[in-house]
Write a protein that binds this ligand. Structure first.
Ligand code: AMP
Ligand code: MG
Length: 342
């Protein structure tokens, strides 16, 4: 009897021992697993495309973050070399140099951006127009006085998206009149933000925000909350009028404070109404929320040109688009789907 009891106690002891070891093993496995998956915030800012570009992301280590961030910035560089009208060797510069001479074969990125620009040109009934550039060049060089009506009418002859000739089979583009020029300043930053974010996603990043001078798009979350975008006060630097959560979408702002000319003491914003040839004077800022940064970018510029009433109608008509508009009088308009928490 006694010998049996000793054997049973020994077995109990062994079983307890095993349970204890398994328990310790499970705890250490859990600790290793959770520390490998513990996410920290990493970010980097660089001047690109003439503006401050910032990438923020959550990653499990500095090594993972560095790899993703540098891949995203390489993508920005690659696209700037294609889409900038200020770089002599860009595809856009080649297109412009060959205006009135010959068509130019373009790569996939420029093709996509031009096609989207044409689509938004139709949507905005001509307000968004990437051929506006001869007008801007005219205003830029007349620093003493505004250009004359005659000069504006001459430049207007070079403007009009409908003039662009596309050959879908060869992906080639022709600007048929000498002096015609395109400039993608109203849409390209958005496309670059989308592509940089796509690069991060391909590298396994699930939570990130890319911001190119106020054109931003985010995926996932900032820890347990959504990423947020501050809507800047158009006249008070560093002050936000509202803060919006970003639910896997893009938020883009066009403002009269970003770039402008001063002629005879008067401020002329960098957005031109291609229908009149004059810089748009009656708007302060337009913020657009949409599924992609490229679309939000082009639509914010479009609404800036078409104005508050028509702009609001356009935003309310497009189911995936919301807008916040501030006009020159400081009046504030928002589309039906916007609720602000500031
Ligand atoms: P955004 O800040 O996105 O509104 O873009 C403004 C930029 O768009 C300007 O700096 C110009 O490069 C370009 N732009 C100006 N007027 C127009 C227009 N009517 N349509 C398309 N792009 C424009
Ligand atoms: Mg824009």
């Amino acid at each position: 009897m006694e010998a049996d009891a000793v054997v049973i106690n020994m077995r109990k002891l062994q079983t307890n021992h095993i349970i204890f070891i398994v328990f310790i093993l499970l705890i250490s496995l859990y600790c290793r697993y959770s520390s490998a998956n513990k996410l920290s915030l990493y970010s980097k800012q660089e001047i690109k495309m003439g503006t401050l570009v910032e990438v923020q992301l959550l990653a499990s280590s500095q090594r993972v973050a560095n790899k993703a961030i540098s891949a995203a910035f390489s993508e920005v560089d690659r696209l700037e070399n294609i889409l900038s009208s200020y770089r002599n060797n860009s595809e856009v510069a080649k297109l412009n140099h060959n205006a009135g001479i010959k068509s130019v074969k373009v790569g996939n990125d420029l093709w996509i951006v031009i096609k989207k620009a044409i689509q938004i040109n139709h949507l905005s009934k001509g307000a968004f127009d990437i051929t506006f550039k001869p007008l801007w060049d005219l205003w830029k060089t007349n620093t003493q006085s505004p250009p004359s009506l005659n000069q504006i009418n001459c430049a207007l002859k070079l403007v009009g998206t409908e003039k662009i000739k596309l050959d879908s089979d060869n992906h080639s583009v022709f600007l048929p009149i000498k002096g015609m020029k395109i400039d993608l300043g109203g849409i390209a930053k958005g496309y670059v933000v989308d592509k940089a974010l796509h690069v991060l996603e391909k590298l396994g990043i699930k939570n990130a925000l890319v911001n190119a001078g106020g054109d931003l798009r985010a995926i996932g979350k900032h820890f347990d909350r959504f990423w947020t975008a501050g809507i800047r006060h158009p006249r008070k630097k560093g002050v936000n009028i509202a803060s919006l959560p970003i639910h896997n979408e893009a938020i883009v702002t066009s403002g009269d404070y970003e770039r402008y000319l001063i002629i005879q003491g008067k401020r002329y914003p960098h957005i031109i109404d291609p229908r009149t040839g004059y810089p748009v004077q009656n708007m302060i800022s337009v913020t657009v929320i949409g599924p992609t940064a490229m679309e939000a970018d082009a639509i914010s510029t479009s609404i800036f040109v078409i104005g508050d009433r028509e702009g609001l109608k356009l935003a309310n008509k497009l189911s995936s688009i919301e807008a916040i508009i501030i006009d020159k009088k400081g009046d504030f308009y928002k589309s039906n789907g916007i609720s602000l928490n500031n």
